[in-house]
Design a protein around this ligand. Sequence first.
Ligand code: ATP
Ligand code: MG
Length: 250
Amino acid sequence: MAALTVAIGEKSFPALGAAARRHVLGSLRFTVEAGQTVVITGPSGCGKTTLLNIVAGLDPRFEGRIEMPEVTRIGYVFQDPRLLPWRTVEDNLRLVLDGEKEEIARRIADVLAEVGLADAQQVYASRLSLGMARRVAIARAFVVRPTLLLLDEPFVSLDEPTAARLRRLLLDLLATHRVTTLFVTHNLREAIMLGDRLIFLSRSPARIVSDVVVPLDRAARTSEAAIESFRTRLGELPALLEQGLTEPTS
Ligand SMILES: Nc1ncnc2c1ncn2[C@@H]1O[C@H](COP(=O)(O)OP(=O)(O)OP(=O)(O)O)[C@@H](O)[C@H]1O
Ligand SMILES: [Mg+2]
């Protein structure tokens, strides 16, 4: 059985007040194998966050089905970090855990060390830079020992050196933990660096325009030249999609 089967018939948001009904996702079908990282990309507003929320079980109002093994733990890095500002880093992580006190403390310390925040355990979330807050959001997703990881543009609005450090961190975490991952991004180089597969969505109602394997090994994923060479092979497709020029056909 695949680690994740997405078989969405359609997703619409109902009319509300003056806003008309919005048909966001068209027919969207794909599977993800265990341990695979699939990157979802597509024009702004095409329904990527909506898709992740459906997969996470946060939005049950859609036609179709999502299948995953019965024992699936989901870690979700939301589009904004969503930390409680008046709680410490440690407390923000504790909120998603239950169990024995020492075990929880150990897991929090381990995951913070893994994301490079061993010294920030007692810092209030309101005092964190955006880069640090994003690290905490990643730690919070990993601390539940996810079998399915969802990441929604986790490096957007960061300065480039910070984003580059966090991409390397995530590449390492994915290699270590081999967790099945759906990763949403607008950044094509980032998509190629991190994805085993890229799924390109059309404008809404979103459908899959292209589903491409990225056959790069670990060394190539940290090489600008290898990433650029693969990007060139994708031809015009990404640019067309970025401009939202590709119309859905179904
Ligand atoms: N709760 C909601 N009610 C009504 N419409 C919504 C709701 N959530 C999202 N939408 C609309 O659905 C469409 C898709 O939104 P979504 O946030 O999934 O897009 P996205 O691809 O993640 O965009 P972005 O790239 O900007 O993050 C948008 O037009 C949005 O306005
Ligand atoms: Mg979004």
